[in-house]
Design a protein around this ligand. Structure first.
Ligand code: FES
Length: 175
């Protein structure tokens, strides 16, 4: 399912639109245009596909068809915390798919999606280059090796503790 942009994102998209209006707008520029939008917004909201369709005079379905062919494009916003579960061969063999299932259950989303509050996004990735630590997870680009279901829980507990700490620091600072 395509996600709709927030008001702030729609404003960003409008700024991108103005810029694109000045550039080249042939069918051949479809991929570069999508790349520009994704770079600015982190993903391609439904409105972006409509915008590009309008610019290039093709259907939004056609734009989606092309974009969904390439792994580089995402249709859900990146979460504040980005979780990437490695499912390269070494990680897969050592239970990477079970780790992914653990995250899916915990967050109540499927891989490739973002929680409604946009706190977490979850995706599967190919080998991240540290197979000796398999199964591996990247959370906010930090590597966590030898993952297990209890370690999945542990990561959320750590986040919770860090959040509480920063909230109490803020409260202390304001008093
Ligand atoms: S397969 Fe996961 S790090 Fe290589």
């Amino acid at each position: 399912m395509l996600t709709h942009a927030t008001v702030e994102e729609s404003q960003k998209l409008e700024a991108v639109r103005s810029r694109l209006m000045e550039g080249q707008r042939s069918r051949g520029s479809l991929i570069p245009i999508l790349q520009t939008i994704q770079k600015e917004m982190g993903y391609l909201p439904a409105e972006a596909l409509d915008l590009v369709a309008g610019l290039l005079n093709i259907s939004a379905g056609e734009v989606y068809g092309v974009a969904s062919f390439y792994n580089q494009f995402r249709f859900n916003p990146p979460g504040k915390h980005q979780i990437k579960v490695c499912l390269g061969t070494a990680c897969h063999v050592r239970g990477g798919d079970i780790i992914l299932e653990n995250f899916e259950r915990k967050l109540d989303i499927k891989e490739g999606h973002t929680t409604e509050d946009r706190e977490f996004s979850l995706e599967r990735v190919a080998c991240v280059g540290c197979c000796a630590l398999a199964p591996v997870v990247l959370m906010n680009e930090k590597t966590h090796g030898y993952m297990s279901p209890s370690k999945v829980e542990g990561l959320f507990t750590q986040l919770e503790i860090a959040k509480k700490k920063s909230e109490s620091n803020k409260t202390d600072g304001s008093e």
